[in-house]
Design a protein around this ligand. Structure first.
Ligand code: SAM
Length: 376
């Protein structure tokens, strides 16, 4: 029997890829494939995907204009004539019509007759999710940095508008209050959807005391408080963010239910006495060395048998690949810190930092959030 060596496999794979790419790039093959009935459908679908890849920025900016002008909100109140819309958004009728038509092509608006327009199905869905709307507005910073993607890649990440937005955390809470407020607001607006998926997927009722590390404005803690009445709750974040969380909890009547710890998790020890520690959308914000330091700090704070729950979007998520390495990869690069990791990479880091075992807990919408639970 002839054994195949790993080198042979590699050669076969590389040769197959080179052959496939030569064929797909060949204009003669492309002409044939679009005319041949059995391949025509595939070619059309691939062409559409390719077009979306190339033109995606115009789609994003169409949504950005709708959000900035409050167009979706306006149409949510009911259909309007174009002159009325133009007057309300303060854009000439021609420009308004161009935008309405672009938005209709993206399913955000819908034409009713020659002059009247309504909210489209995806426009309604977008409006119902405050997190996405905040994210669209926030993308102004990301896209300013991405105007020169090669420059951004060459300078090693950060250094632009998004990084400035994030400075308060890098300087451990010394950034100005406006930065803290803007960032925390964005996180808080996008949190409810994430929180619901996490709470629907994992049984928090089996624990006695939970500490949410990097808890932001305590939105996640508040969502857990509402669904798991007997769980004692604490959160840890930078002091300036902790102060905002305290105010939000007081306003929600939860001032006594949640204990808040202010500190820097890369320098200060985490408080002990919790059988569950959660890291929600925190680990991917950090490069490998600080992420490992954070996991070690969590390990040190947990009792033997204690649980760490990591929840965030992950790279390599089947069906949501672009949101990991393409979106979060570039977002976090522009931010100047962190990277999206695959579930396997996170589990490897957990082993390196002493966690005996870990498992993936399925969620309903992995694009938004995935969960790994580890035992100390
Ligand atoms: C991406 S936000 C996530 C907030 C919240 N968990 C959520 O999902 O909405 C990351 C959080 O980690 C906090 N953080 C970042 N670096 C920190 C540090 N060194 N010490 C403590 N908290 C930190 C930030 O202030 C922020 O609230």
């Amino acid at each position: 029997m002839k054994l195949t060596r790993p080198d042979d496999n590699r050669n076969w794979r590389e040769r197959w890829i080179a052959w496939r790419n030569r064929i797909l790039a060949d204009p003669g093959f492309q002409r044939f494939a679009v005319r041949f009935p059995l391949t025509r459908g595939i070619v059309r679908a691939r062409a559409r995907t390719m077009f979306d890849l190339v033109a995606g920025f115009t789609y994003s900016q169409t949504i950005a204009a709708c959000v900035e002008l409050g167009l979706l909100e306006l149409l949510a109140a009911g259909p309007l004539a174009i002159e009325e819309i133009a007057a309300r958004v303060d854009v000439p009728v021609e420009g308004t019509e161009r935008l309405l038509r672009a938005a209709a092509a993206l399913n955000l608006t819908q034409r009713l007759d020659a002059t009247r327009w309504a909210l489209g199905a995806d426009g309604a869905a977008l409006r119902g999710n405050g997190g996405i709307v905040e994210m669209v507005a926030h993308h102004r910073l990301l896209y300013a940095d991405l105007a020169d993607p090669v420059g951004l890649l060459r300078r090693g990440g950060g250094g632009g508008q998004l990084a400035h937005y994030w400075t308060y955390a890098e300087r451990a809470g010394e950034g100005d209050g406006d930065d803290v407020a803007a960032y925390s607001r964005l996180m808080a607006a996008s949190q409810p959807l994430v929180a619901q998926h996490i709470i629907d997927s994992y049984g928090f009722g089996r624990h006695a005391r939970m500490l949410d590390v990097g808890g932001g404005e305590a939105r996640f803690v508040r969502a857990v408080a509402a669904r798991v009445p007997r769980l004692a709750l604490s959160m840890f974040d930078l002091p300036a963010v902790g102060a905002r969380a305290k105010a939000a909890l007081l306003a929600a009547g939860l001032g006594n239910r949640v204990e808040i710890f202010g500190g820097n998790f890369l320098e200060d020890p985490l408080p002990h006495g919790h059988d569950l520690i959660t890291l929600v959308r925190v680990l991917h914000d950090h490069d490998d060395a600080p992420a490992l330091a954070l996991l070690r700090a969590v390990h040190a704070a947990l009792p033997p048998g204690g649980t760490l729950l990591i929840a965030e979007p992950m790279a390599g998520t089947r069906g949501a690949e672009p949101s990991g390495d393409a979106y979060f990869g570039l977002y976090l690069w522009a931010m100047g810190s962190g990277r999206p990791r695959t579930a396997d990479e996170i589990r490897r880091m957990l082993r390196m930092t002493g966690f005996a075992e870990s498992r993936i807990v399925p969620t309903a919408l992995p694009l938004t959030v995935r969960i790994i639970v580890a035992t100390r």
